[in-house]
Design a protein around this ligand. Structure first.
Ligand code: ADP
Ligand code: MG
Length: 333
């Protein structure tokens, strides 16, 4: 390595005290054997880890600024899904070599998102090896208030935040299975490479949502985790999900995507990489959910209903069952 391990940590992953936004909660950050965190009195810690592997989760050609953003975003999305407030994170990096331009971009993208959420880098590990990025996030949540996968009840509405399917459309465009107008591709690619973790919405849904998780592997796959944990089933309106595709409501609505409906349904229902929240709430909480969306400036939409009968029934806008099969992503599937 051209610069040493400790210079690298000092230059790219240690920030001057003035840039630190969380002095109250981070008693000791990067540089010692441990970091010391001070959760607010009485709060529970919420902890989650996500790893990004080159060739598996991202392409070697991806912009390092976006990669830094995404590596943290996918972790913050897990805190969002629990309704936790971000506090701090650690970063374990394996690098094939020291590429300072890459490190500068990566750390810039990562810290920009960290600052947006008041989440401080407090430690990590750095080693030589095939490019691999592992982040652990720490958040806090009032005891008993975390959103879990297990609380969905028959009769609850099924909701989703933000937009669905655009990341998958970008992936299909990269693969060459479809072509997107230039403007649409830019938007879809940004959704794939720079997702927005729904941190504010997650916290606003505490005490409102009955169950929640984030959409990383595809809506239906992630929903199935809620259904299994809650011992229920669901009816999902495929066309309401298709309505959530951002590309379909681009300002320049004269752009003709020219993508068939089966592909749109596939992208919305099992696309993956959306990093939205899928959650359930009692019918009586509709106004509270809408308010949580407004307060967090995040769109929320109903796309189905929880039912007692296990399994998922996918229907079109008229309520007719769809025959199309949808599978979600599984690293070992
Ligand atoms: P140790 O020998 O205890 O593993 P290291 O020499 O690996 O410690 O790390 C020195 C300090 O730098 C520690 O505080 C560690 O948390 C921090 N650190 C190492 N790598 C990173 C990184 N990629 N980002 C942030 N902090 C890091
Ligand atoms: Mg170490």
């Amino acid at each position: 390595m051209s610069i040493g391990e400790f210079d690298l940590i000092a230059r790219y992953f240690t920030r001057p005290a003035v840039a630190r936004q969380t002095p109250g909660r981070v008693a000791l950050g990067v540089g010692d054997d441990c970091a010391l965190l001070q959760p607010s009195p009485g709060m529970q810690l919420a902890i989650s880890t996500d790893m990004l592997v080159e060739g598996r989760h991202f392409l070697s050609t991806v912009d390092p600024v976006r990669l830094g953003h995404k590596a943290l975003a996918v972790n913050l999305s897990d805190l969002a899904a629990c309704g936790a407030k971000p506090m701090a994170f650690t970063l374990s990096l394996a690098l094939p070599s020291v590429d300072e331009a890459w490190l500068e971009g990566f750390s810039r993208g990562m810290f920009a998102l960290a600052d947006e959420h008041g989440c401080e880098l407090v430690g990590g590990d750095t080693t030589r090896g095939p490019l691999n990025i592992s982040i652990t996030v720490f958040g806090e949540v009032p005891p008993g208030a975390a959103l879990l996968r297990s609380g969905a009840k028959a009769g609850d509405d099924l909701w989703v935040s933000g937009t669905l399917g655009d990341a998958r459309l970008a992936l299909e465009a990269f693969r060459g299975t479809l072509s997107l107008p230039a403007q649409a591709f830019v938007l879809a690619r940004a959704r794939m490479e720079a997702p927005s973790p729904r941190v504010a919405l997650g916290q606003a849904l505490r005490g409102v949502a009955s169950a929640a998780t984030d959409v990383s592997d595809g809506l239906l796959g992630d929903l199935s985790h809620i259904l299994r944990a809650s011992g229920v089933g669901a009816r999902v309106d495929a066309d309401a999900a298709v309505e959530r595709i951002a590309l379909r409501s681009m300002p320049a609505s004269d752009i003709d995507l020219n993508i068939d409906i089966d592909m749109l349904r596939l992208c919305a229902l099992s696309g993956g990489d959306d990093y939205e929240l899928v959650f359930t709430a009692p019918v009586g909480a509709r106004e509270a959910v809408e308010r949580a969306g407004r307060d967090s400036q995040t769109a929320v939409a109903r796309i189905g209903r929880i039912e007692a009968e296990p399994g998922v029934r996918i229907v079109d806008a008229d309520g007719a069952a769809l025959a199309q099969r949808f599978t979600s992503f599984d690293h070992f599937g």
